[in-house]
Design a protein around this ligand. Structure first.
Ligand code: COA
Length: 187
């Protein structure tokens, strides 16, 4: 599959309806922890889309930071012109992110999984991390999340440790560092 049809875009009102349809797709299969900012515990994009856009802008520009948040760039993942997922690139780590969340979080909508999308987008997200002068990217995933583990290992993530997940008690969390970051292309 060609990979030149992939785009990382910033959330935009132009695609609000498409985003909400995608969010419903996650929730309909019981994945209420996704997508970013439309989770069951943080449904801001569904409840107040303008506030969501403002939050994303603020997080990216480090202004009016909500308590406990670090600066981050929220991306929508577009393949062939269609929204297929979301990602969050945190510009720095706090205690929670160091323990569990890592620098990059991502999700692909259920109907579009297993097509290599996240592996391809990850290349671009890592290039964006390098652009932010992050030279070592912390990635985490539950030990049972085989697709995520394969993505991280594809980019030569070095396993630092396994530890109990705080977010999902009873599950083991794997923490990796990726240091060999790809260069950003001009597109
Ligand atoms: C994790 C996730 C983003 C992967 O997205 P994706 O686009 O389906 O991933 P890819 O198609 O690039 O596949 C990544 C790897 O996982 C493998 N894989 C995909 N689905 C799999 C499955 N059901 N079982 C085992 N391996 C699987 C692929 O073969 C590939 O490995 P390979 O390159 O060695 O062949 C997606 O499953 C998802 O959104 N999950 C819910 C959210 C989530 O878990 N986010 C990450 C939190 S750490």
């Amino acid at each position: 599959m060609a990979r030149n049809d992939l785009e990382l875009i910033l959330p935009t009102a132009d695609r609000k309806d498409e985003f909400l349809v995608m969010a419903a797709e996650f929730h309909d299969v019981g994945e209420t922890d996704w997508p970013h900012h439309a989770r069951a515990g943080d449904p801001i994009a569904m409840e107040d889309f303008d506030a969501f856009l403002k939050r994303c802008e603020n997080l990216r520009l480090r202004q009016d930071m909500p308590p406990g948040f670090v600066p981050s760039t929220e991306y929508w993942l577009v393949a062939g012109g269609r929204l297929v997922g979301t990602a969050s690139l945190r510009h720095e780590l706090n205690e929670f992110l160091t323990y569990e969340g890592g620098h990059i979080g991502y999700c692909i909508r259920p109907s579009q999984r297993g097509k290599g999308y996240m592996t391809a987008f990850m290349q671009r997200l890592l290039a964006e991390a390098a652009r932010l002068d992050i030279d070592s990217v912390l990635m985490t995933c539950l030990a049972k999340n085989i697709p995520s583990q394969r993505i991280i290992e594809h980019f030569d993530g070095t396993l630092e440790d396994e530890r109990p997940s705080r977010r999902e008690p009873g599950s083991l969390l794997r923490r990796y560092w990726i240091t060999n970051l790809p260069e950003a292309s001009e597109d």
